[in-house]
Design a protein around this ligand. Structure first.
Ligand code: BES
Ligand code: ZN
Ligand code: ZN
Length: 468
């Protein structure tokens, strides 16, 4: 997409914002035609020109994400109408230039890579934001960089499971490593076996598409703190021997969303020049019931030695993440350890599809992530860790079990299982099962992978590690 910062008379579609109180006076429309609430919109056609009024809600309560979602709702609609060039008169809301640009790009996103017929190419080509000052233009550029990052994550997470295997994820990581100046080390199934990645081996053993542990390191300055992100990257989750019901199983292609988001965060940290060194570890496997698949009752050893009784092969995410967390903690002792995973259906039951579950052993981090969620629109809500959940994951025959045969408190029990492997690290676990792959579309977003977790973590890192 091309960006213009000076007025351009050829762009004949203009977005203007108005708060609820000013909706009538600014637009000349009555309340029915344009209310000014978030998401409300009115399109005025004049000869040779189109003016689009977009509501941002109450003037005093208009906030970053209101501007983002309002803009996304409008651009989604406009790009669907075939509009390729757009001018946004941010006016009073120029301070939200970053959110506005993010919204414009998010709303215009479509995944149509695999349409060979009737493929509508609906992406915006030109976005003009006149009358921004220098700082605001910089924010707009940041918005464009973040949006590009998220677009890539959505494209990657939407890849069909026959086309993106764990080995394919490793090839994808090469791209990221090059762009972000990171080193890359890929471990194949033989190395995983050798080095004791028992979780990845167990989960990947029922598939022809063997597992990979993919490690990216971006060290810029040894004085900077190190942030590690571990991503659940299950390219397809059939459930394994504890197989899932057929209906909706195609959605399990999105079970790689945690890993795809982790790569996106690396992109965003690089583009926004956040002063941290990064470790990204992707635990990539395909969970299938093929020959060699692990079974309920198996006991496996996670990286570092902890033994786990597999009760349900569909609780595979925690097994691969356990390897990843243990590995990263042992070799890097990061200052902040984050994992991202489409981990539990229980989290979706608890929080719905617009908030991720946030689990952490640090109250300040909980605050920071919650605030970043509200501002970025990539929302989350803290759920508890605790002894009762830890206890539920104890096994009679091994150190831990991966399921206790009860759905109650499922998101917290999965988190408590991971906590064992995060140890004493400052740790945040984000269960993105709801927002990464919502069941419905939104006025501001088409259905499919959303890139959940990217802007949540990126904004949290920006506020935890400000540029000097
Ligand atoms: N990938 C799923 C979780 C999931 C479910 C994500 C629905 C998004 C939407 C995960 O591997 C899984 O199957 N979890 C089980 C765990 C259970 C067997 C302990 C679940 O949540 O039912
Ligand atoms: Zn599963
Ligand atoms: Zn899964």
């Amino acid at each position: 997409m091309e960006f213009l910062f000076s007025p351009n008379d050829d762009l004949l579609t203009e977005i203007h914002y108005a708060a609820k109180e000013k909706a009538a006076s600014a637009s000349g429309l009555n309340e029915k035609e344009f209310s000014g609430t978030v998401g409300s919109m009115a399109v005025l056609r004049e000869p040779g020109k189109m003016t689009v009024w977009v509501g941002v809600g109450n003037a005093s309560a208009a906030h970053e994400d209101a501007l983002r979602k309002a803009t996304a709702t409008a651009t989604r609609k406009l790009s669907g109408m075939g509009i390729r060039k757009l001018c946004i008169q941010a006016g009073l809301y120029s301070g939200y230039a970053r959110a506005i640009v993010e919204g414009a790009c998010f709303g215009a996103y479509r995944f149509n890579r695999f349409k060979t017929r009737d493929r509508e190419d609906v992406s915006l080509e030109t976005l003009c934001l006149p009358e921004l000052d220098g700082q605001e233009q910089e924010w707009a550029r940041q918005g464009a960089a973040v949006a590009e990052t998220v677009r890539r994550v959505r494209d990657n997470a939407n890849m069909p499971p026959n086309m993106l295997t764990p080995e394919g994820v490793a090839r994808m990581a090469e791209d990221y490593a090059r762009r972000c100046g990171a080193t890359l080390r890929i471990r194949n199934e033989f190395e995983l076996q050798e080095e004791g990645f028992g979780g990845l081996i167990a989960v990947g053993s029922g598939s022809e598409n063997t597992p990979r542990f993919i490690l990216l390191e971006r060290e810029v300055d040894p004085e900077w703190p190190t942030v590690a992100i571990v991503g659940k990257t299950i390219t397809f989750d059939s459930g394994g021997i504890s197989i899932k019901p057929a209906k909706g199983m195609e959605e399990e292609k999105w079970d790689k969303s945690g890993g795809m988001a982790a790569l996106g965060i690396l992109d965003a940290v690089t583009a926004l020049r956040i002063p941290v060194n990064m470790i990204v570890a992707l635990c990539a496997a395909e969970n299938m019931p093929g020959r060699g698949a692990s079974r309920p009752g198996d006991v496996i050893n996670i990286y570092g030695g902890t033994s786990v009784e597999v009760i349900d092969t569909d609780a595979e995410g925690r097994l691969v993440l356990a390897d990843g967390l243990s590995f990263v903690r042992k070799h890097f002792s990061p200052d902040l350890l984050i994992d991202l995973a489409t981990l539990t259906g229980a989290c979706v039951v608890a929080l719905g599809q617009e908030r991720s579950g946030l689990f952490t052993n640090d109250d300040e981090l909980a605050e920071t992530f919650h605030r970043s969620g509200e501002n970025s629109g990539d929302r989350c809500w803290r759920l508890p860790l605790g002894d009762e959940f830890t206890k539920a994951m104890e096994s009679e025959v091994a150190d831990l079990r991966n399921y206790d045969n009860s759905r109650n408190g499922g998101a917290s029990k999965a988190a408590a299982f991971l906590q064992h492997f995060a140890g004493e690290s400052r740790w945040v676990h984000i269960d993105i099962a709801g927002p990464a792959m919502p069941e419905t579309e939104f006025p501001y977003m088409e259905r499919g992978a959303t890139g959940a977790g990217v802007t949540l973590v990126a904004q949290a890192l920006e506020s935890l590690f400000p540029q000097k």
